[in-house]
Design a protein around this ligand. Structure first.
Ligand SMILES: *Cc1c(COP(=O)(O)O)cnc(C)c1O
Length: 383
């Protein structure tokens, strides 16, 4: 007897709403099914009556939401007979591509910006046997090169311009609706290439429509790759809010940005690939874009860890930083339910976590005897 209750990944779970066939060989590492955690202490601390949930995507197999898209992209590459994949990456896409390629037994090439990638992500790409091509340039230049080289070499692009990526990523919205029983009032995400905010909107729209076919204009960009089979459970959709880092905020500037810079390296992107679609999402959902400074981002990262015990990487904290400010300023009214996506795990970027905690961390070095350790405890007991 097979173990029938084993969770086997999001393609198996949402097979009827994803473009796969009955005999498709699924390349999965058990991605998806991530916790939706209700914040208890932060709403109380800011004195606002709001229901905030964080969708902890850092608990995917390689530590970011990219796995949701990668299981689909690699599954389809293998189905179509492809033997190699390539991506440009600020880190998490390369970690995910490397892992799923290893699982599938195919080759991965990852192009990353020299020196601007968090240590955990680089470690993941290196140990899993991908060929790591560091360029003296940023993500946007890497992306341009990937598109060019894919015309000249037998490699499939697995960046979010691959429509199967968004198909996989839309399942995060399904999970949220199934868990809450309806869509939240607001859904807040960090925005880099804007693939994920688009994917969530596709998911919410499909879930709330009877037909499921191209119910959002953003989805109409999918070239017919969308094969949602229908079934209506809920009738509402959230207001989508996208937050960018101030130094890397093309959606706030209204045009592409050539030298993006931010501590949130995962969203250090000046030329978003889903530019048109993200504007559609904003328009259709009645949402908005806003920016957060690096200070606000790091502050939110620390707050979340200290008040709730949830450790996410800096880019992920952008969603909470922005949401808390919009709640405080009343753009998100009291009584609302809010979901913030925490896109990646805090362990991805240990250097930034240590650097920003140096002054406030309670760390003491003492002699290895009972008295010294006892004193360290008594001195630091909360009163
Ligand atoms: C990729 C990534 C983002 C940005 O997602 P887009 O789809 O590019 O907008 C945000 N946070 C983390 C941790 C990421 O890895």
């Amino acid at each position: 007897m097979p173990f029938r209750n084993r969770y086997t990944g999001l393609i198996d779970r949402y097979r009827d709403r994803l473009p796969v066939h009955d005999d498709t060989r699924i390349i999965s590492l058990g991605e998806g099914n991530t916790p939706l955690i209700r914040l208890n202490n932060i709403p109380r601390a800011i004195g606002k009556d709001v229901d905030i949930y964080v969708k902890y995507e850092g608990l995917n197999p390689t530590g970011s939401f990219k796995d949701r898209g990668m299981t689909m992209a690699v599954t389809k590459t293998v189905e179509e007979g492809g033997k190699a994949i390539i991506c440009a990456s600020t880190g998490n896409t390369s970690a995910s591509a490397a892992a799923y390629a290893a699982r599938a037994g195919i080759t991965a090439f990852v192009i990353i910006p020299d020196g601007k990638i968090a240590m955990g992500k680089l470690a993941q790409a290196m140990i899993s046997g991908a060929t790591v091509i560091q360029i003296r340039g940023n993500f946007d230049e890497g992306m341009r090169l990937v598109k060019e080289v894919a015309d000249h070499a037998p490699v499939s692009i697995v960046n979010s311009i691959n429509p199967y990526r968004l198909q996989g990523q839309k399942t995060a919205a399904y999970e949220i609706i199934e868990e809450l029983g309806r869509a939240p009032d607001y859904h807040c995400l960090p925005v880099g290439n804007a693939g994920n905010i688009t994917a969530h909107w596709i998911g919410y729209c499909e879930y709330s429509s009877a037909s499921g076919e191209h119910v959002t204009e953003a989805c109409a960009f999918c070239d017919g790759k969308c094969s949602f089979a229908g079934g209506s459970i809920v009738g509402n959709r959230p207001t989508m809010v996208g937050y960018q880092a101030s130094g890397s905020a093309p959606f706030l500037r209204g045009h592409m940005v050539d030298d993006p810079d931010t501590v949130a390296t995962a969203i250090r992107i000046g030329h978003p690939q889903s530019w048109e679609r993200a504007w559609k999402v904003r328009e259709e959902s009645g949402g908005w874009f806003a920016e957060c400074s690096d200070e606000e981002i790091l502050e939110a990262q620390k707050l979340l860890t200290r008040k709730e015990g949830i450790f996410c990487e800096p880019a992920s904290a952008t969603s909470l930083a922005g949401a808390l400010r919009d709640i405080r300023e009343g753009h998100i009214p009291e009584g609302s339910s809010v979901v913030c996506t925490l896109t990646g795990h805090g362990l991805k970027d240990p250097d930034t976590a240590i650097a920003q905690s140096k002054e406030t961390a309670r760390m003491v070095t003492v002699d290895a005897d009972l008295e010294s350790v006892q004193r360290a405890i008594l001195d630091n007991l909360a009163d």
